[in-house]
Design a protein around this ligand. Structure first.
Ligand code: SF4
Length: 316
């Protein structure tokens, strides 16, 4: 089966991201199960940290997402992150991915403006009564026309660069949320894979591709960690290994790929266990612990931390 490639840009994507026509790597049997076993064992060995971290949460569960894993870099950020708020950038990002998914599902048969208008309607009517919701933000948006135009432009860029992927050629799985309960339900791993392309053929080779769609400014380290986390989630969920995971930057039509490397996935498992250890340690600190008792580490992330004004590490 061939892909319907309509431009040099689509040919480039087929080569650089999909590795179209290239042999897929052999996936040693049992590796995905081993990774799950390592994670379960690691959490079991950290029984006290799991218990402390879970008991500090209102629902008695430690939720681990890309965001909480990122915050593991600094105790202060874990303790006092800036609350999430909807902004032009993050709402646009959400709408772009939602519109790409909608457009994909309709096989590009509908004009982009109409797809964006439909997505806008769906999102704006989801929770209009909740003042903190994305719906409320959209309904109060001062320049909806400009926002819709920006979304449509990015969807058009995506169409230019990505070939259409017919269902008979590859299996597409879009915007799938994975929730994995571990340590008797006290640790929950959660995340969403934006695009997974899988082969119809199931054999001893790794044949799936896991792609994160990015619409904001590229942040290489963070984007790579996010893509790796998505790949691990997919692996644990399906019990199979992807041949590659990647970040696709929609505005630039650029990809960053990483080929299957089990050691990299092992490192992600270790970072999950490490995040639980840190959350357990933070939970054991007395309330109002001084900066000396915390492990502080400053960086670009300080912008998202409520302690940044008084923190001694932030200016560095
Ligand atoms: S300002 Fe930066 S270094 Fe200080 S607690 Fe927050 S994230 Fe950590």
């Amino acid at each position: 089966m061939s892909l319907p490639l309509e431009s040099p840009a689509q040919q480039r994507l087929a080569d650089d991201l999909l590795a179209w026509g290239e042999d897929r790597p052999v996936a040693a049997p049992g590796v995905a199960a081993e990774l799950r076993g390592e994670l379960q064992r690691g959490l079991a060995e950290q029984h006290d940290a799991v218990a402390a971290a879970a008991s500090a949460r209102r629902d008695g569960r430690v939720w681990l997402t890309r965001t909480t894993l990122e915050r593991a870099v600094c105790d202060g950020w874990q303790l006092e992150p800036e609350p999430f708020e909807h902004t032009w950038e993050n709402v646009r990002s959400h709408l772009v991915v939602a519109a790409i998914v909608e457009d994909w599902g309709r096989d590009r048969r509908v004009a982009i403006d109409a797809v964006v208008a439909d997505v806008w309607r769906q999102e704006a009517s989801r929770q209009p009564g909740d003042p903190g919701s994305r719906s409320a933000w959209l309904n109060a948006c001062e320049d909806p026309q400009r926002l819709r135009a920006e979304v449509a432009e990015l969807v058009a860029t995506f169409r230019e660069v990505w070939p259409r992927i017919p269902g008979e050629v590859l299996v597409s799985d879009l915007r799938r949320t994975h929730t994995l309960r571990l340590a008797r339900g006290r640790v929950v791993l959660r995340g969403t894979t934006d695009v997974v392309l899988d082969s119809h053929r199931q054999d001893d080779r790794a044949r799936a591709l896991v792609v994160d769609l990015r619409t904001g400014l590229p942040r290489p380290g963070r984007d790579r960690r996010a893509a790796r986390f998505s790949a691990l989630l997919w692996t644990l969920h399906t019990g199979r290994l992807p041949f590659r995971w990647a970040s696709f930057h929609v505005p630039e039509g650029r990809v960053e790929v990483e080929d299957l490397d089990v050691e990299v996935l092992r490192d992600v498992v270790a970072s999950v266990v490490d995040a639980v250890i840190q959350l357990g340690r933070i939970a054991d600190l007395r309330p109002g612990a001084s900066d000396h008792e915390l492990r502080l580490s400053g960086g670009t992330w300080c912008d998202h931390c409520r302690r940044r004004v008084a923190c001694p590490e932030a200016p560095r």
